[in-house]
Design a protein around this ligand. Sequence first.
Ligand SMILES: [Fe+2]
Length: 227
Amino acid sequence: MSERIDRTQVVQTISHVNLHYPEATDGPAAALLLEAAGLVRTQELALPQGGTFYRFTANVHAINRPDNIVYLSPLPAATAALINAARDGLRYGARDEHPAVAAYRAAQASDPEHNFHVGFLFDSLDYLEERFEAFKALEASDPRFAGRLKFLVNRALPGDAAIDARLDISPLYRGVTRYTHGRYGVQAFCETDMIVDGPLGEGLVLEFDYVFPGHDDHIMAVSEKTR
Ligand SMILES: [Fe+2]
């Protein structure tokens, strides 16, 4: 090609993320979890090797668009075998387990964004709060979810009276003293081992974000430190 393409004339978005549940029988519950997260289930296919392949979209207005897609299927056998071999090498769960495992878990516990994770942005804080009520209702009412969801939230940095007042009456953020790095937004995390796309197949963090409108310097903006 002799002429470079003008980057500003090309639209690039994230087309999909490809997630996995641990066992073939975990599919329906993992799919239910993603629906509780606000995703729209658009397709499901039974797989010849067992389990179900699901397609979801985050875009309720255009479900057939080729972006905003989340695929969900069973962990492939070769990946499961690799994870098992890695766990054996680390003496995973044994008394003499490699110390890297505990160090990794400690880092992950203090910062849910420490590792690979998938984030979704809502333009409604009310809806974000409702989704976490839905997660908690699943955990309380459906034994498939018992002990398999972990929640953590980061409140917006204090200093904006309207935002502070809104978060003081929030069922999710009231009384919270963990804060986002930036201002004018909130984060909420759901860590689950029903989706296993993390090191050693231990689980994945789903992140949900809301940015308060009207502020250029929000949590997802270019950082002041690097601008
Ligand atoms: Fe994140």
